[in-house]
Design a protein. Structure first.
Length: 363
């Protein structure tokens, strides 16, 4: 069985696993959700006990101003960290025995749990206008997301990406847009989240920083990975932005490769001019991206998603293509050592079919 390299690369560009704690699970699993400050934390083995002074109640039968006895049973080895002040945030609680409450870790990821990540951060004052909401008409999930976006960054400021992973509600998009408008790690978090959600605004924001998001910059890998593995929107504005990044002389190699990988996976008609530019590049790596993208479009290959990659079913989800022939079918990918022949085929094909650029779906 001949497995062509570009198909394997396409698979690799779609299957990065996400480790996340869905906010929906936190909300549904809690008997009470409150804003407050922990005090008097003490450790006994892998259990940490503390009091929680309640400032606000989002849900549950808890009185504002109450002091709750809370226990956290860590799933692994844990140590109470040295901390200059008490942690204040949004806490997810489950009713326990003897008037105690069990804390559900907001930042649990796999088997890793850390005391600073038990709660989500919350603003010290009123919300900025971009995040303000009406509690009567805003879902509980969106209230929590908007409050968290306004909180002061913690050491694990990227936890919000895991918490709201897969949540594309109005509140989540507002929160991510707000974070993207800030600076530093908060901006990285916002841009990454918008891209993961398929938002064109995230791509445009990434383009504005494409020259500075290099491999050595903290957080650049988050943005590049979000583009490479998750962004699959066919919005022409987003495609144009990705095209500018992929062909830019000032964008970092990290961002150029991520943008080109996403375009190959999307391979919409709007990306054809970018593939033509990449095919004419002096760089073989760029030429391969161009040839891959053009081959997928010409042969009507489906757009891969995390779901279709399990069985490679997108390869059988062919769209009608007036340009597809038995010969083009033989050149969807290349075998090791034959990159040059693969590139040459598609350069020659494009030279013979320039109309594909102006009439991608001829009548």
């Amino acid at each position: 069985m001949l497995i062509r390299v570009s198909l394997l690369l396409l698979a690799a560009a779609t299957c990065e696993p996400l480790s996340a704690t869905p906010l929906s699970a936190l909300v549904s699993g809690s008997d009470a959700i409150v804003a407050g400050t922990e005090v008097g934390a003490a450790q006994a083995g892998n259990t940490i006990l503390f009091n929680l002074n309640v400032e606000r109640v989002f849900s549950g039968s808890v009185q504002m101003g109450a002091t709750l006895n809370v226990v956290w049973n860590a799933r692994g080895v844990v140590s109470l960290p040295d901390k200059p002040s008490a942690y204040r945030g949004i806490w997810f609680l489950k009713s326990g025995a003897n008037a105690t409450w069990e804390c559900i870790s907001a930042g649990a990821s796999g088997n890793a749990e850390f005391f600073p990540d038990l709660s989500l951060p919350i603003s010290d004052g009123s919300l900025p206008a971009q995040l303000a909401y009406d509690a009567a008409s805003t879902t509980l999930t969106d209230q929590i997301i908007l409050e968290t976006a306004a909180g002061s960054p913690r050491s694990n400021s990227r936890m919000i990406l895991d918490v709201i992973s897969g949540v594309n509600t109005p509140g989540a998009l507002r929160a991510l847009s707000y974070l993207a408008s800030l600076t530093g790690d908060q901006s990285i978090v916002g841009i990454t989240g918008l891209i993961r959600a398929g938002g064109t605004g995230g791509i445009l924001a990434a383009e504005a920083q494409a020259g500075t998001l290099t491999a050595g910059v903290p957080g650049a890998d988050l943005v590049a990975s979000a583009i490479r593995f998750f962004f699959r929107s066919t919005d022409p504005t987003a495609i144009a932005s990705l095209g500018r990044i992929a062909t830019s002389g000032t964008a970092s190699p990290l961002m150029r490769d991520a943008a080109a990988t996403a375009l190959v996976a999307i391979h919409s008609a709007a990306a054809l001019s970018v593939f033509a530019t990449l095919l004419s590049s002096p760089s073989q790596a760029s030429q391969i991206y161009g040839a891959q993208g053009l081959s997928y479009f010409v042969n009507g290959v489906g757009i891969p998603t995390a779901e279709t990659m399990v069985t490679l079913s997108h390869l059988n989800q062919r769209q009608p293509s007036a340009y597809r022939t038995p010969d083009t079918d033989k050149h969807i990918g290349y075998v090791p050592g034959q990159q040059g022949a693969f590139i040459n085929f598609w350069q020659t094909w494009l030279a013979a079919h320039p109309q594909v650029l102006s009439s991608p779906t001829p009548q």
